[in-house]
Ligand binder design. Sequence first.
Ligand code: PTR
Ligand code: PTR
Length: 297
Amino acid sequence: PQELLTHLGRLQRSGIHQEYEELRKEPPPGTFHCAQAVYNQERNRYGDVLCLDQTRVRLKPRRNERSDYINASFMDGYKQKSAYIGTQGPLEKTYGDFWRMVWEQNVFVIVMTTRTEEGSRRKCGQYWPLQEGGQEVYGHIAVVNQRVDHHTHYNHTTLELHNTETCEQRHVSHFQYLSWPDYGVPTSALTLIDFLGAVKRQQRKMVKALGLQWAGHPLGPPMVVHCSAGIGRTGTFCALDICLSQLQDVGSLNVCQTVRRMRTQRAFSIQTPDQYYFCYNAILEHAQRQGLLPANQ
Ligand code: PTR
Ligand code: PTR
C-alpha cells in the first residue's frame, strides 16, 4: 500500500492515463484467424472485438457442428491458470454455444457486469430464464431459474442445468452487477468490491462442496466473466480481482503488469483511461477501508 501510494502520488491521474496509453499501443501478440473466418463472423457481437487464436476457448467437437468457435478467452488469475473465461454478452444465435461452454468447462459461477439493455441499446441477450421458476432450453442444456436474490447493486440467481443428453444435473450461480455503463466506471468502487467478494465466496463454496472432484485444481474451474463486448468492464473486473488478491497475499501489486499480461490473453482488455484509473482508485479505497492506509490520502 505504501508503494502504491507513492506510485499514485508520483503519477496522479494524468500520469495513470499516460501509462494506459502506453499499454494500449502494444499490439496484441497473436492472431485472430478463427474469429475472422467467414462462417464465424456472425458469432461475434462486435466485428472489431475478436478473440486471439492462442487463448480462445474451443468448444468440444460435436456431430453436425462445423465450428468450435465462441468469442471467449481463457485468462489467468492471481497464481491461477485460466481463472476466468472472458467473453462477450451472448447473442441469440450463440446461447447454445454459451451454455455448452459453461457445461464443458464445468463453470460454477457466471459474472455479468452489464444490463441487457442500456438506454435503448441492446448490450447482451437474455440468455437465461429471468423469472423464478422459469425454464429454457438452449441446445442440449436446459436451464431452470431456481431463485433470485436481489441486492442493492446486483442480483444473484441460482440456476439448475440439465444436460439433456447425459441426464446429468448441476448448479450454477449467476451474478449480475447492475450499475456499470459500458465505457464507464461503476458508480461506487466499494460496492463493486463487495460484489467481487460475494462472487468469490460463492466460487469457494461451490469448490468446497464438490471437494475431491476438483483435486489438482484447488481453486476450481474458471469463472465466466462477461459484459457486452467482454473487454472493457470484464477486463476491469478481472484486473481488480488479481490486484486485490496479490495485495492480500504479498502486500504489494502492479496494475500495469497485470493489465499488460491480461491484454495478451483477452486482447483489448480495459477500454478507457478512466477504467484503468478506476482500478487504482478502487484498490486505494479498499486499502483505506481495510485500515491499510490512512483515510483521505
Ligand atoms: N464496436 C463496439 C463499440 O464501438 O461500442 C465495441 C465495444 C462495445 C467495445 C462495448 C467495448 C465495449 O464495452 P464492454 O467490453 O465493457 O462491454
Ligand atoms: N469499438 C471499440 C473501440 O473503438 O474502442 C473497438 C476496439 C477495441 C477498438 C479495441 C480498438 C481496440 O484496441 P485498443 O484497445 O488496443 O485500442
